[in-house]
Ligand binder design. Structure first.
Ligand SMILES: Cc1cc2nc3c(=O)[nH]c(=O)nc-3n(C[C@H](O)[C@H](O)[C@H](O)COP(=O)(O)OP(=O)(O)OC[C@H]3O[C@@H](n4cnc5c(N)ncnc54)[C@H](O)[C@@H]3O)c2cc1C
Length: 429
C-alpha cells in the first residue's frame, strides 16, 4: 500500500477533509470488485499526485451515516475537495484512470500538472495470453488458460461481466434449476477467474491495439505485450440511426431494461423490436410500466414460442405490428414521442409515451480494432474465425459475440472462449 494513502473514519473527517487543502476521498467496501478495480489505480495515482493532494480512504460499511450525509450510496465513490469545499465529479462504479486524472488535474495549477506528468514512467507488462473483453467468452477463456498455468491478463473497458451483467434473469444457462440474475452468473464467473489466477485491468481506456505486434496501450500509460491475443469484446445494441436517437439516448431512450425499467414505474413506454431479447425484456419492464406498446416491423414476433405466449398473455403488453419508427421527439415535460410508419400504407402517426426501449439487434464491439488491423470480417462486420477460433492474423483468436456465427448466446460464448484458450495453450506449449 502506498504511503501516500491514509485510512480515516468519521471522527477524522472534519480534520482530514474539511480543514483545508486538496483532498480526494474514496469510499470503499470489502467484497466489492469495482473497489478492487479502483484500488490499483488509486494507489498508483497517489504516488504521482500525493505531494500536492491528500489521498484518503474510508470504509463505507463502518461509516454509513457519514456516507449517507454526503449522498454516497454505493462503493466505490470518489469525492474531491478543495479547501473544505466539494468540487469536481462524483465518481462511482467502474472508475477510469482518465476520470481520476481529470479531477485531480482540476485541483492543481498548470505548472504542477506539467511537472507531475513529466515524471510519469510508462508501465510495460508482458504476458503469454492477453484477453480483450471480460464477458462470458473472455472470462471462460481466462479460467481455462489460467488453469493450464498460462500467464493471462484480461483487459476490459468496463467492469467485467459483459452483457449478461445487465440481463435481468438468465433461464437457459445450464447448471441452475431456477433462473439466475445475470449479474450473479457473471459474479460467479469472475470469482472463478480470479481464483484461477487471471490478472485483470478493468475500466480502462484502450488507447491503441496492434494485433500484428500483439501489443496494446491502455490508459495512454501501460503497454501490454502478449504472445497470443483472444478478442472477446462482444456486441452492443445496434442504434436505429433515427433523428433524435443520439440526442435522447439515456434521456428517454434506453437500450437496457435491467438498468432503466425501474424509472418507469406506473408509466407507459414504447418498445422497439420483436426478437427474443425484446420480448424477454418487455416481460421484465411490465413489472414496472403500466403499459408497453411493442412496435415491430413484421406481422409476427421473432421471439421463441414460450416468450411469445407469455407476452401475449400479459395484459400490459400491446402490439403494433408492421410499423417502424422514423423519429424520436422529446416534449417539454420530459415525455417522449415516437413517429411511426405503417409499412403497408405508408401513413405516419405520432405516439406519445414516457420512455422508449430499443432492442433492434446487435453490432460487434470493434472500437480500436476495425480500421487499424487487417482482420477478416463477415458481411455483417463480425470477425471471421476457423473451427479453433483463429482469426486470419497469426496468434490472434476471436471468441463469443464478436466472432461470426448464426446464433449468439452465453453457452456459445463460453464454448468459444474454451476452444480459443485451449488452442492458445497448446500452441504456447
Ligand atoms: C438484453 C439481452 C438479453 C440476453 N439474454 C440472454 C439469455 O437469457 N441467455 C443467453 O444465453 N444469452 C442472452 N443474451 C446474449 C448474451 O448476453 C451474449 O451472447 C453474451 O453476453 C456474449 O458474451 P461475450 O463474452 O461474447 O460478449 P459480451 O457479453 O458482450 O462481453 C464483452 C465484454 O468486452 C468488453 N469490451 C468491449 N470492447 C472492448 C475493448 N475494445 N477492449 C476491451 N474490452 C472490451 C465489454 O465491456 C464487455 O465486458 C442476451 C443479450 C441481451 C442483449
Amino acid at each position: 500500500m502506498s504511503e501516500k494513502i491514509k485510512y480515516i473514519d468519521t471522527d477524522q473527517y472534519d480534520k482530514e477533509v474539511l480543514a483545508g487543502g486538496k483532498v480526494v476521498l474514496d469510499f470503499y467496501s470489502t467484497e466489492c470488485p469495482p473497489c478492487e478495480a479502483l484500488a490499483a489505480k488509486y494507489e498508483q495515482l497517489s504516488l504521482m499526485y500525493g505531494e500536492d493532494i491528500k489521498f484518503l480512504k474510508i470504509f463505507r460499511q463502518e461509516n454509513r451515516a457519514l456516507a449517507e450525509k454526503l449522498g454516497v450510496s454505493g462503493s466505490p465513490t470518489v469525492l474531491f475537495y478543495n479547501n473544505g469545499e466539494r468540487t469536481g465529479d462524483v465518481l462511482t462504479g467502474g472508475i477510469k484512470r482518465s476520470e481520476l486524472i481529470k479531477n485531480l488535474d482540476a485541483l492543481l495549477p498548470e505548472e504542477r500538472i506539467t511537472a507531475i506528468k513529466a515524471g510519469i514512467k510508462p508501465r510495460e507488462t508482458t504476458c503469454d495470453l492477453l484477453i480483450l473483453g471480460g464477458g462470458p467468452a473472455g472470462l471462460t477463456a481466462g479460467i481455462y488458460a489460467a488453469q493450464a498455468k498460462i500467464n493471462v491478463l484480461l483487459v476490459d473497458i468496463a467492469l467485467t461481466g459483459g452483457q449478461v451483467k445487465t440481463t435481468h434473469m438468465v433461464s437457459n444457462y445450464p447448471g441452475f434449476k431456477e433462473p439466475q440474475p445475470g449479474y450473479m452468473l457473471m459474479h460467479y464467473m469472475q470469482e472463478q477467474a480470479v481464483a484461477a489466477g487471471v490478472e485483470f485491468r478493468q475500466a480502462v481506456d484502450v488507447t491503441s491495439i496492434n494485433l500484428q505486434k500483439k501489443e496494446i496501450l491502455i490508459d495512454n500509460y501501460e503497454t501490454i505485450r502478449a504472445k497470443k491475443i483472444i478478442i472477446a469484446t462482444g456486441s452492443s445494441p445496434k442504434p436505429l440511426g433515427l433523428p433524435g436517437e443520439k440526442e435522447y439516448r439515456g434521456k428517454g431512450i434506453s437500450y437496457c431494461a435491467t438498468c432503466d425499467a425501474k424509472y418507469y414505474e406506473g408509466k407507459e413506454i414504447i418498445l422497439i423490436g420483436g426478437g427474443n431479447s425484446a420480448i424477454e425484456e418487455a416481460l421484465f419492464i411490465a413489472r414496472f410500466a403500466s403499459k408497453i406498446t411493442i412496435v415491430h416491423q413484421f406481422a409476427v414476433l421473432q421471439a421463441n414460442k414460450v416468450a411469445q405466449e407469455k407476452a401475449f398473455a400479459n395484459e400490459k403488453i400491446n402490439f403494433l405490428f408492421e410499423h417502424e419508427p422514423r423519429a424520436f421527439i422529446k416534449r417539454d415535460n420530459g415525455d417522449m414521442a415516437v413517429v411511426v410508419e405503417n409499412l403497408k400504407t405508408g401513413e405516419r402517426t405520432t405516439l406519445e409515451t414516457r420512455g422508449v426501449f430499443v432492442f433492434a439487434g446487435m453490432q460487434p464491439n470493434l472500437d480500436g480494432i476495425k480500421g487499424n488491423n487487417d482482420l477478416a470480417y463477415d458481411k455483417w462486420g463480425y470477425i471471421q474465425v476457423d473451427d479453433l477460433m483463429h482469426t486470419n492474423i497469426p496468434d490472434v483468436f476471436a471468441a463469443g459475440d464478436v466472432a461470426s456465427k448464426p446464433l449468439r448466446q452465453i453457452t456459445i460464448a463460453t464454448s468459444e472462449g474454451t476452444i480459443a484458450a485451449v488452442q492458445a495453450a497448446r500452441e504456447l506449449e
